[in-house]
Design a protein around this ligand. Structure first.
Ligand code: G6P
Ligand code: MN
Length: 446
């Protein structure tokens, strides 16, 4: 089995490779092709992977290329984990929004729209090439904004592209742990868009255990989302929102905290990773140890500004456990390759799941997975307030897709102006102007 990773110089690659190294089963991935535009980064990452593979006799073989078509030919699975404009681009997305007094974040609000406008044309080009050169491959999209990018690719690949995010899995695991339930057997009732979903129940042996959590202030205060949103708000909602909903429910506080911060998250990661790739140029640098140290620092600062804004303090060691996107990706690949039926929360086309959205809209929902791909399960409808957010944000995503195709600035302005976290058409126009000046990749908008 051949796996091609686009964005193969990415910093999180050792996590994926580590998961592959643990798979010794028949039909496992035997060959990994790393594709990256910049040859230096995958070379640095390949050193870390070589360290990881030491002493593992059946370790997947790793090759590196900068030729996209060559990377795609013959692939059984393609992971797309690219970052158009790099972390410098992300830092600009965040900085420009904050200068206008609106949220500057990678995937939510103005920053997410700018990132989407840059990324969709590239993702569509990849999807077209996959359809031509590797029509039987399954594409697993990690590229953010993951829901939007998956929908863009699905227009060319149909259900052969599946988007993944670890945040709903992480949330499900944290809630299960707090309730003393086994996260692998509990049924997680979760639905929404990527980074915009709600956990509405957690069933154990057919009983919903969430009401027990919502009724217990002490339990509510003892995990990440409880501290981030506060027990009262979670009880009022009757659900546990994805942590990214902090940007909506506490927008003012989040914007304030982000403006006060010395650096945006993107700028922090840019500087930190530049140091890592630089250090890796030294032939005597201990590859795995350096990567591990840098990663620990990165994870520790994740969502730090939100927690500060919420007065939530440090993240608990236990809460650091994310869903592990590499584990989700591996479980998904296995289920497809070996018809090992399982259920995973994934980004797929809606079909008839949420009746307020059309069949093509990509949503995030528990899916039954087998050799035929991912099939969304039926879920209860969202309450009106959540439906309102989901449909507004989906409408914005549609304007991003339309603008990416037509190159229309008017449509791009609509994407910004109609986002619930951007409060003026004038601001939307200025944002587009500033983003176009900062990002050469947006020159296609006329
Ligand atoms: C979470 C999100 C991902 C995001 C990751 C890293 O897992 O679900 O979409 O890529 O965090 O965020 P960072 O700010 O470290 O890039
Ligand atoms: Mn995510």
């Amino acid at each position: 089995m051949r796996l091609t990773i686009l964005g193969g110089g990415g910093f999180r690659l050792p996590l994926v490779y580590g998961a592959l190294l643990g798979d010794h089963a028949e039909g496992r991935i035997t060959h990994v092709t790393l594709h990256d535009l910049d040859p230096g980064r995958p070379a640095a990452i390949a050193r870390v992977l070589a360290d990881q593979a030491a002493g593992v006799p059946d370790a997947p073989k790793v090759t590196v290329t900068t030729n996209l078509d060559e990377a795609l030919r013959g692939a059984d699975f393609v992971f797309s984990a690219i970052r158009v404009g790099g972390l410098e681009g992300r830092a600009a997305d965040e900085r420009i929004a904050l200068a206008e007094g609106v949220l500057g974040q990678e995937t939510v609000g103005a920053g997410g729209i700018a990132y989407g406008l840059r990324t969709v044309p590239v993702a569509v080009d990849i999807a077209r090439r996959v359809a031509r050169l590797a029509p039987d491959a399954w594409v697993i999209n990690f590229t953010n904004p993951a829901g939007l990018v998956t929908e863009a690719m699905a227009r060319h690949l149909g259900d052969r592209v599946i988007g993944i995010c670890d945040s709903p899995v992480g949330l499900g695991r944290r809630v299960a742990r707090i309730l003393g339930a086994d996260p692998d057997t509990a049924w997680i009732d979760y639905v929404g868009l990527n980074h915009l979903g709600w956990l509405r129940g957690l069933r154990v042996e057919g009983r919903d255990e969430l009401p027990r959590l919502l009724a217990d202030p002490e339990l509510l205060g003892s995990f990440e989302e409880g501290r981030l949103f506060g027990p009262d708000w979670l009880r009022a909602l009757g659900a546990i929102p994805n942590e990214y909903l902090h940007y909506y429910y506490f927008n003012r506080e989040a914007v304030h905290a982000y403006r006060e911060a010395q650096q945006t998250r993107g700028a922090f990661l840019r500087d930190q990773q530049a140091r890592f790739y630089e250090e890796m140029k030294r032939p005597d640098a201990p590859a795995l140890a350096t990567w591990d140290r840098t990663r620990a620092e990165r994870e520790a600062t994740y969502m730090a500004h939100n927690r500060e804004a919420a007065g939530a303090g440090e993240r608990d060691e236990d809460d650091l456990e994310s869903g592990g996107y590499e584990k989700v990706a591996l479980a998904l690949m296995r289920a497809i390759a070996h018809n090992q039926r399982t259920t995973l929360i994934l980004n797929v086309r809606n079909r008839t799941t949420l009746s307020v959205l059309d069949a093509e809209a990509v949503i995030e929902v528990p899916c039954f997975v087998d050799a035929n791909g991912a099939h969304p399960v039926s879920v209860a409808p969202l309450p009106l307030h959540a439906t309102g957010l989901v449909t507004s944000v989906k409408a914005v995503e549609r304007f991003v897709l339309e603008a990416s195709e037509s190159g229309s600035r008017t449509t791009a302005v609509k994407a910004f102006a109609l986002h619930p976290l951007i409060d003026s058409v004038t601001v939307a126009r200025r944002l587009l102007d500033d983003y176009t000046s900062a990002h050469p990749a947006l020159a296609y908008l006329k």
